[in-house]
Design a protein around this ligand. Structure first.
Ligand SMILES: [Zn+2]
Ligand SMILES: [Zn+2]
Length: 142
């Protein structure tokens, strides 16, 4: 699947897609280039120096999110972000996150048990995943 990549800031609540000055200059054509830019945080990303940033893969719409390797994220001391820790870039398909959001909003005994055991992904505690709600379930804005 051919995708383009954009930075998403999770220190903002709700999360925001980060756009460059001329709107297209912060879109990358491959994952490695995007992750490199997230690690450097220069240019338009300098304003998000200590933010909790992830990389979104779009093949319109957004279909996957990559949580960067922890060492890169921790360089400047991330404020208000995830406590996950991993030594590789970890990706999750957004349908899993949509299911998690649905389970958090209307929990059942069964879904609560799964979320407590964090069987899906340690990167996504409730506070972090709920920040993505407007990006992942935009129809709920109305
Ligand atoms: Zn930010
Ligand atoms: Zn993570």
């Amino acid at each position: 699947m051919s995708s383009t990549y954009k930075a998403i800031c999770l220190s903002h609540n709700p999360a925001i897609e980060i756009h460059g000055e001329d709107h297209d200059d912060l879109t990358w054509n491959d994952r490695e280039t995007g992750l490199g830019a997230l690690a450097r945080r220069t240019g338009d990303l300098a304003a998000h120096k200590t933010c909790d940033l992830v990389l979104g893969a779009y093949s319109y719409p957004l279909w996957e999110i990559t949580c960067p390797v922890s060492s890169g994220k921790r360089v400047e001391g991330i404020k208000d972000g995830s406590i996950c820790c991993h030594n590789y870039d970890k990706s999750i398909q957004v349908d899993w996150l949509r299911l998690m959001i649905a389970a958090l909003i209307e929990p059942t005994t069964a879904t609560k048990r799964v979320l407590e055991r964090r069987l899906i992904d340690g990167c996504w505690p409730p506070d972090r995943v709920l920040r993505l709600r407007p990006l992942l379930l935009p129809e709920e804005d109305q």
